[in-house]
Ligand binder design. Structure first.
Ligand SMILES: *Cc1c(COP(=O)(O)O)cnc(C)c1O
Length: 357
């Protein structure tokens, strides 16, 4: 064995050695409908004005770690309740990881319905926590009885609820979420990454529940590239989690871009409205092709079909990249997750699907 291999096995944790790299397939030249990105860029006049704005940013300076102006704008634009602050993350991925890190006492449990967003489990296990997944029902709704029983038995420090859920797209019943928040002995994170498409939120209900943590991101709204997430909760809790945050985790370009675009948020809101309209139309057309399409409150559709593996491969040959989730969980057998794109992209998808089925 080479020296480096011996060295690696000596120093790297065995659970890390056993893990696979989070694989992101190359999408060069493809219609990219795999990652819930907004298909629209910024209008040219806005992109140019942003460029001029960014030219004035002092790249030689560290960010000011209070991020006061950006936080104020986010609170105002996204309805954070009065008296509630936020913590910023390098994507909400980082916030998930920071919160888990802050709570990871030896033997701690992190619990979530499954299938769901994979980062809850990945971050939990990296932090040395035990991840417990509770299966959804076959219709992909929350199994409330099983959730309550598991919470009682496992006493999780954190319950993660993706609301709407990724990769299923559905919104769990608000009454069920409320029951879970009341039953949980620890924190309950309601992850609203898809809030722009959902028409439902727990944000305004933060003051009702001291153990409720609300997470959001600007990624699905159209700014996945700048990596910015935010989290709100009782200020005393935020103070503790803030101790785990690297002080300069939001870089100056992200900060300046977000500040600039939040002053033009109507552009992104309008794009989200177009995506919501395209979602209904795409859903109908897929159903008319005889496919099973699950209800979605997000900017993607979960679709079940015979031979999903082959269809996935044929779509790829037609330069269309969707996400094959069939092997993620038994409940998702024969399912593809398809991001809602622009009308042209959706048309191309439908044509390629027609040929592939
Ligand atoms: C995409 C997604 C995130 C991560 O968002 P980033 O801010 O891009 O890190 C978090 N939660 C859910 C449920 C998501 O689907």
């Amino acid at each position: 064995m080479s020296t480096i291999q011996t060295l690696i096995e000596q120093v790297i944790r065995p659970d890390v050695l056993a893990q696979h790299v989070y694989a992101v397939p190359s999408a060069a030249g493809m219609i990219k409908l795999d990652a819930m990105e907004n298909p629209y860029g910024l209008p040219p006049h806005l992109a140019e004005a942003l460029g001029r704005h960014l030219a004035g940013v002092a790249l030689n300076r560290y960010p000011v770690p209070s991020y006061a102006r950006l936080k104020q704008q986010i609170c105002r634009h996204f309805g954070v309740p009065a008296g509630y602050g936020i913590l910023l993350g390098n994507g909400s991925d980082e916030l998930i990881s920071l919160l888990i890190m802050a709570c990871s006492k030896p033997g701690v449990c992190i619990l979530s319905p499954v299938p769901t967003f994979v980062m809850y489990k990945i971050s939990a296990e990296l932090a040395g926590a035990r991840f417990v997944g509770v299966d959804l029902k076959p219709d992909l709704g929350l199994n409330l009885e099983a959730m309550l029983a598991a919470i009682e038995q496992q006493q999780p420090a954190i319950v993660f609820l993706s609301y709407p859920n990724n990769p299923t797209g559905n919104l769990f019943a608000a009454a069920d979420v409320e029951r879970i928040i009341r039953a949980a002995p620890g924190l309950v994170v309601v992850d609203e990454a898809y809030q722009p498409f959902a028409g439902a939120s727990f944000m305004s209900r933060l003051p009702e529940f001291p153990n409720l943590v609300l997470m959001r991101t600007v990624s699905k709204l159209g700014l996945a590239g700048i990596r910015l997430g935010y989290m709100s909760a009782h200020s005393a809790l935020l103070t503790e989690v803030d101790k785990v945050r690297p002080p300069y985790n939001i870089n100056v370009l992200t900060e300046a871009t977000a500040e600039f675009l939040l002053d033009h948020i109507a552009v992104l809101d309008e794009q989200a409205a177009q995506i919501r309209a395209a979602r209904s139309s795409l859903r109908e057309k897929l159903q008319r092709m005889g496919l099973e399409v699950f209800p979605s409150s997000a900017n993607f559709l979960l679709v079940r079909m015979a031979n999903a593996e082959q269809v996935f491969a044929k779509l790829q040959n037609s330069q269309i990249l969707v996400k094959n989730v069939g092997r993620m969980h038994a409940l998702l057998a024969d399912c593809l997750r398809i991001t809602v794109g622009s009308p042209e992209q959706n048309q191309a998808l439908l044509q390629a699907l027609q040929r592939a089925l």
